[in-house]
Design a protein around this ligand. Structure first.
Ligand SMILES: *Cc1c(COP(=O)(O)O)cnc(C)c1O
Length: 400
């Protein structure tokens, strides 16, 4: 810790929805000597992480890895597939969808932004109607954020694919899975996604610094004629050398060691078990929030996020003052409300390398903080979560 004048004992609770807690195994893997990225040893690592990421994306198609935060992979998705002035349909699910839209505008794309209230996911029916209306196929891409990290709402990607198919439209389908990949079930091939965007520091349990594109054959074909300028992000440069395990420029070697270890951990646990664990922690958290008598920002239970829960603070109270108390008293970071919901909500991250007792500690910190901040609530949230978590495993799958 660099800035605190006294060292807080015990472990910091990093319960923001990314970066997430980095497991010791991953930290130790990163702490290896940096090798020659053009030597024989590197090729083994390069091939292994690319193959592992295909399993996580559930794709047979191409995957590229950038030394960049998720924002870089957003840009790569757009500049590799589109041309200046192209029309793109995006869905306003929250802050991250709004940032992706802003980027598209900056790059010279026209964006039609389907308005949202930040409490629901992208609506397949609304997308279908708009696409069916676009007889000339002016819309070149549909872009959706799978898990909107600013609100705790998950959009139904498989249903949106079906809606696009029903409309008979040829637009590319691009999905941001930066906060859902490796935490919530995701199927690049089965859902016919053309470009999937992901990042390292959320479900993949790594530090920030890596991001990903999974690329369908249709997206790769589109890239041959797409005219937006690109150089660093150019898929072809990557795909030309990746099959040999190498990269066109210096890769983030030590983060790739970490990725190799994180993939091993995910496959040891089993992806389905990882998804079930996140689902269960989401449910336990929501039971706590209801017991406190507070409101969950997400209004549609079918769209509850398994990776974070955004909690609305009653009018006249500051979510940020509450978060400050929790940080100072209990050494726990909670997510802040971003832009439109700044100060009005706080976000509990329950993703990544996380277990039942870490969740109980997290919720205990929230419950004590609510009391200290004078936010009207009932006690008993932690108890409600514990009652759920302590159920025998076979009683677990029943819906709340
Ligand atoms: C975190 C996040 C981003 C931004 O990624 P960076 O790594 O901060 O560039 C974009 N979209 C979603 C859904 C996110 O959760």
């Amino acid at each position: 810790m660099l800035t605190l004048d006294s060292h807080p004992s015990g472990r910091h609770f990093l319960q923001i929805p990314g970066p997430t807690n980095v497991p010791d195994r991953v930290l130790r893997a990163i702490d290896n000597v940096t090798i020659d990225h053009r030597g024989p040893e590197f090729a083994v690592l390069g091939k292994a992480v690319l193959a592992g990421m295909k399993k996580v994306f559930k794709t047979q198609a191409d995957v590229v890895i950038y030394p960049a935060s998720g924002t870089g992979a957003w840009e790569a998705a757009l500049v590799n597939t589109l041309s200046p002035g192209d029309l793109v349909l995006m869905a306003e699910t929250g802050h991250f969808a709004s940032l992706w839209k802003k980027m598209a505008n900056k790059l010279g794309l026209k964006v039609e932004f389907l308005p949202g209230d930040w409490r629901h996911g992208a609506d397949p029916a609304q997308i279908e109607v708009r696409l069916a209306d676009d007889k000339e196929h002016q819309i070149k891409a549909v872009c959706v954020v799978h898990n909107e990290t600013s609100t705790g709402v998950t959009s139904p990607i498989g249903q949106i694919r079906q809606a696009i198919d029903r409309s008979g439209h040829s637009a590319l389908f691009m999905v941001d899975t930066i906060s859902s990949l490796a935490s919530i079930d995701y199927r690049h091939d089965e859902w016919g996604v053309d470009v999937t965007v992901a990042g390292s520091q959320k479900g993949l349990m790594l530090p920030p610094g890596l991001s990903f594109n999974a690329i369908s054959a249709k997206a790769r074909a589109a890239s041959k004629t797409a005219a937006l300028p690109r150089s660093y992000w150019d898929w072809e440069e990557m795909l030309a050398v990746n099959p040999t395990g190498y990269f066109p420029y210096t890769p983030a070697t030590n983060l790739l060691y970490g990725l190799h270890e994180a993939l091993a951990m995910l496959f040891e646990e089993g992806l389905d078990n990882v998804f079930a664990r996140h689902h269960r922690h989401g449910e336990a958290t929501r039971r706590a929030v209801r017991a406190w008598g507070l409101e969950i920002l997400c209004l549609n239970p079918a769209e509850y996020s398994s990776v974070l829960t955004a909690v609305v603070v009653p009018d006249g109270h500051s979510a940020d003052a509450f978060r400050k108390i929790v940080l100072e008293r209990f050494n726990m970071s909670l997510g802040q409300g971003l832009s439109k919901v700044s100060g009005k909500i706080f976000r509990i991250g329950h993703l990544g390398d996380f277990n039942d007792l870490m969740l109980c500690g997290t919720l205990a910190g929230v419950e004590m903080g609510l009391g200290l901040a004078g936010i009207p609530h009932r006690n008993g949230g932690v108890q409600a979560a514990m009652d759920y978590l302590a159920k025998p495993p076979d009683a677990m799958s029943s819906p709340s």
